[in-house]
Design a protein around this ligand. Structure first.
Ligand SMILES: Cc1cc2nc3c(=O)[nH]c(=O)nc-3n(C[C@H](O)[C@H](O)[C@H](O)COP(=O)(O)O)c2cc1C
Length: 515
């Protein structure tokens, strides 16, 4: 099969060369090539679409097929072209990558020409159709061969698609999106994500444009295989509506929720705000949730493409006693344990700062009380705790010691910051923040989270899987968290400010660094 595909890398360009040469010959002789009945070669070839500026399309076709022919021969002979390529570009400019890139561009251009013939000129040229069929076949053949022979994704095309999408998002889409209320935009994205996730074609297309996974980005922790280290934090997909599209967007895992046992409509609006100068969001959602039972009904039986976690917290309401509040958390765990949801881990959110009664389980005594009951459930999935980031090192160590004495496999640093003196917030943004309810995500959480990751690694070595979360916007900030000791990473705000291609970009850049 591989040999056959390789031979086609040379044979198909030869067909294209013959086709384009014949058209060139006839044109230079001033003759309209003979066409069967039902075709209108003359009309198509004399149309303005037969040239790009002064260059006739047959000349471009000839150049295209000749280049592919040379690349095809070089691939068969396994020629080493590294010597001709600058060092910086060597990982992009491999023969299979160059061949598939050209074949992809050629295939797309052919589709455009077929569209022009069908709907604009409304006439067919036989030789143009032969060329279109040849280049489309080359597109499929080159991709089949690429997927059979290459372990890593197509670095050149991924870089091109990430760069284009980065431009589209940051220069065109974001300026428009940021004119509207953030919660309205979030709701629109949730709906779009739900629709895109329902269809295997849109999932594949999303995956093709955005995601980057390779054998070297994959990691395993607590028996869970993650295709890459970058996950989506709790808080973006509250009710699991986007669960089928987040893998194709490029995440190596994602957390649904936070889910609470009882439904809650969220704190009064406005619940979300943007502080672009501080690269932060003001969040005052207050654990908005449809409730565990409804979310379980939505997610039951769905097979996710990457590991999915369920974030659980106590419902944002008043409780008559500590015990009642513990049992509210336990209820969600029990419901998910008995459910048909194919999740891989739990996050216990003890650190939501926007709730009715504060953060009830962030003292050692209350955490001890809660974890003792959770232990009795003998959960079937690993448990990670979502930690607060505004506590002192001493207080954090006390919570970690309690966690280490129970069946807790991981810790996530961390949640939103409520520290109004946070140095990463600009003075102007601090004024805005002081007038609003809510706490900050993004850059203001970065340093604090890094310090607590280091503290945990230093004091607990490999006792916990450490998930670094807070202020990851790009490869540099992701690398800083990994260097601090994080095993896995999570983000939300970075995606909102920089676009959904950010995840694939970070994975691609981390991967090429490690190569
Ligand atoms: C809109 C929004 C909603 C959030 N809701 C939750 C939540 O329900 N549960 C939770 O554990 N964290 C929640 N968070 C906190 C994030 O999970 C994360 O800890 C924090 O935003 C820092 O990461 P980032 O800088 O990448 O956004 C929320 C964050 C944002 C921006």
């Amino acid at each position: 099969m591989k040999t056959f595909l390789l031979l086609l890398h040379v044979a198909l360009p030869l067909i294209g060369i013959a086709d384009a040469s014949y058209l060139a010959y006839e044109e230079l002789q001033g003759i309209v090539p003979p066409c069967g009945s039902g075709f209108s070669c003359g009309e198509v070839l004399s149309s303005p679409y037969a040239h790009i500026g002064p260059v006739p399309l047959y000349a471009l076709g000839l150049l295209f097929y000749l280049t592919l022919f040379i690349l095809g021969v070089a691939t068969i002979l396994e020629l080493d072209i590294k010597g001709f390529v600058p060092k910086k570009l060597q990982s992009f400019a491999t023969l299979p990558q160059l061949f598939t890139t050209l074949a992809t561009l050629g295939g797309l251009f052919s589709l455009y020409l077929v569209f022009i013939m069908a709907f604009v000129i409304k006439g067919w040229c036989l030789y143009c159709l032969i060329s279109a069929a040849t280049s489309m076949t080359l597109f499929f053949v080159s991709w089949k061969y690429f997927s059979m022979t290459q372990k890593k994704p197509h670095l050149l095309l991924k870089t091109i698609s990430h760069t284009i999408f980065n431009f589209l998002y940051t220069q065109l889409l974001k300026p428009v999106l940021f004119l509207f209320d953030p919660e309205t935009i979030h709701t629109a994205f949730t709906k779009a994500g739900y629709i895109l996730g329902q269809n295997s074609l849109t999932r594949s297309l999303t995956n093709w444009i955005f995601s980057y996974n390779s054998p070297t980005t994959a990691v395993t922790f607590n028996g869970i295989s993650f295709p890459n280290k970058i996950g989506l934090c709790a808080g973006f997909d509250y009710n699991g509506e986007m669960a089928r599209i987040l893998g194709p967007v490029g995440f190596g895992f994602h957390t649904i929720g936070t889910v609470t046992a009882q439904p809650y409509q969220g704190n009064p609006k406005p619940r979300l705000g943007r502080l672009p100068d501080s690269k932060a969001l003001i969040v005052n959602k207050g654990l908005k949730s449809l409730g565990a039972k409804t979310i379980i009904a939505k997610l039951s039986g769905i097979h996710f493409s990457v590991p999915v976690g369920i974030s659980i917290a106590s419902t944002n309401t008043h409780f008559d006693s500590d015990h009642e509040q513990v049992m509210d958390v336990i209820k969600s765990f029990v419901l998910f344990e008995k459910s048909q949801v194919h999740h891989s881990y739990y996050e216990l959110n003890i650190s939501c700062p926007n709730t009715f009664g504060g953060e009830p389980f962030t003292t050692p005594n209350r955490l001890e009380q809660l974890l003792s009951v959770i232990d009795t459930l003998e959960l079937s999935k690993p448990l990670y705790i979502k930690m607060p980031i505004d506590q002192s090192e001493k207080e954090t160590l006390a919570l970690l010691r309690v966690s280490a004495a129970h069946t807790v496999q991981g810790v996530i640093f961390g949640n939103l910051t409520k520290d109004k003196n946070n140095p990463a917030v600009t003075d102007a943004d601090r004024k805005i923040w002081k007038q609003r309810k809510g706490n900050l995500s993004g850059q203001p959480t970065f340093e604090r989270s890094n310090n607590l990751i280091k503290l945990t690694k230093k004091n607990f070595k490999n006792r916990f899987t450490i998930v670094g979360c807070g202020g990851i916007f790009d490869t540099k900030t992701a690398q800083t968290k990994l260097d601090a000791g994080a095993d896995l990473l999570q983000l939300i705000t970075g995606m909102i400010y920089n676009g959904p291609q950010t995840i694939g970009t970070i994975n691609r850049e981390l991967d090429s660094k490690s190569a």
